[in-house]
Design a protein around this ligand. Sequence first.
Ligand code: FES
Length: 167
Amino acid sequence: MTMPEPATPPGPATGTKVPQRPLAESLPLCQSSALAERGLAFGFDVRLWGQPARAFALRFDGRVVAYMNRCAHVPVEMDWQAGEFLDHERRWIVCSIHGATYDPVHGHCLAGPCAQRRLMAIETFECAGQVYWYPSRDIQPAAASADTAQTPTGPTAPASKHEPPTT
Ligand code: FES
């Protein structure tokens, strides 16, 4: 099976971008029609550092952007209702917990307690009516890395923080 060629942007506001990595490394995410301009986000399951997590994609100024659903202030999900990440003016991504405000295009913190950090971005591209995403070292598909997710990679923790008293 061959992947379709990237679509030619039909106008200046489409945001369709040419993939920077091989198409074979991408995964289908959703139909383009699922993402209305500044509308509801499309949420999807991933594994972040081997643990189940949520991510989202939304269309902003014609371009599909995707991020981990994980605030830079406290690592919690940010949408105030399922798929609702934008403020009332549909201009900024706003965390529903303490109001951190992010630039939808780059994920940079603009205001609030996110303190100049940024959202974790996920690379996407769109062609032939389909949105694709690229897994990364840290962000993997929900099912693909299940086998390795249980394998600890850090130093072995002590069996208990509370050692029995010695007498
Ligand atoms: S958890 Fe998002 S602003 Fe505090």
